[in-house]
Design a protein around this ligand. Sequence first.
Ligand code: ADP
Ligand code: ADP
Ligand code: MG
Length: 472
Amino acid sequence: MFKKVLVANRGEIATRLIRACKELGIATVAIYSEADATSLYVKKADESYLVGPGPIEGYLNIHRIVDLALKVGVDAIHPGYGFLSEKPSFAELCEKKGITFIGPTSQAIADMGDKVRAREMMKKAGVPIVPGSEGSLKNTDEAAVFAKEIGYPVMIKASGGGGGRGLRVARGEKELVKNMDIAQSESRAAFGISEVFLEKYIERPHHIEFQILADKHGNVIHLGERDCSIQRRHQKIIEISPSLILDADLRDKMGMAAVKAAKAANYVNAGTVEFLVDDKKNFYFLEMNTRIQVEHTITEEVTGIDLVKKQIEIAAGKPLNMGQDKVKARGFAMECRICAEDPKNSFRPNSGRVTAYYSPGGIGVRIDGAIYKDYVIPGFYDSMVAKLVVRGRDWNEVVSRMHRSLDEFVIRGVKTTIPFLRKIMNDPDFINGNFDTGYIDRKPELLNYAEFEDPIDKVAAISAAIAAYHRF
Ligand code: ADP
Ligand code: ADP
Ligand code: MG
């Protein structure tokens, strides 16, 4: 087993990775920017090193990170999600320098990171893909011809896309022409390449993804699914496991397709195979994420398997030692992404000092978080500051437990998505499982909540009123 692991990430996921290492008796090395000097994970690691300059560059400087790793004597690097996790060049550099990259091979990352190539590989392997263009499209004319052929609406997608960026729907030719430009420039700005392709736009689908684990000895299993249909701008907000729309038969079929996908990609370590499921329960491969995901927590809660520990053990060469029949999911789990954003102001990210912080607790509640009282949330990073994860025996229990946990959750000083999430837990459609990926867009009323009235603010208002009265 490894003796020392470098965590090449920040925020809640850095803490999550350090926790797994501690339980395995592995020493940890954190990296941080000046903006992260007061972050929790920096204190939790055994050693921490400032990387920079600037708030972002240090986390992306692959040579600096690998040099540091060699200097401080680490055996392996865990990239977390985002940042370097899906950069084949980073995995490759680690491979070259004799440091274990805790994740798949650089080849598998490159293959699955290119959505066009991934679709080709899946098609060849017999995994159903969303109907769409073979390969990328040269120009708008070519796209228009193809869109007519498969029929509108279509989705324009960046082949190197991720995080919901580089995606645009087109319901007719005019929209296609306009949105091709937007998708291409968005993709160029975010991913450095403007290559796009088309997919048939699936109406009102569910986003269902399967967690897979593959060891270095050819064993591949899946750990069931997560329903990530509650999205805003194609980004997940709430995730649920198991899905309410899958029966045992469909779960088996999709799980087997996910395992087949992983095998076709020569995949090793933890990965996620994403599918769309339409209203007739047809399923289509969407993409494969070659890393630990934000929402891995809910799979851990229902299966009892620590996915980060599994990642580390697999990277160290240990066999899975469990067949598909050993995977048992119990009850339900749900995750809410708690973001420092103002939902009423187009979910604009908020930064600044956290003036009060009380986290929920009690039976079935887990928090993977990055903030505390007096922590100053920097404005440079992703706005997700905590993940609230609850477990319950059944759907009703998990919904009511999430509801009361959101009620208990107090974060002041910055606006957060908590009141918005609470509205969802109160919504009869959500409670009845009546949702798909368009749910949030169709429900502007979810924004109709009263802002929290702080008793302290009230005292201040009363004092001001008394002072004003005395002046007259
Ligand atoms: P998940 O499926 O794990 O929820 P997300 O798509 O929400 O993944 O992405 C997780 C994190 O990684 C987010 O901070 C997101 O902005 C970032 N991310 C995802 N894909 C990319 C990418 N291709 N390039 C840069 N950042 C990305
Ligand atoms: P990303 O790499 O940004 O995660 P994905 O291909 O995984 O992109 O798609 C993200 C989300 O966009 C999906 O969960 C779904 O809501 C929507 N989406 C993607 N492709 C389609 C499609 N062909 N039809 C309908 N919705 C889609
Ligand atoms: Mg995706």
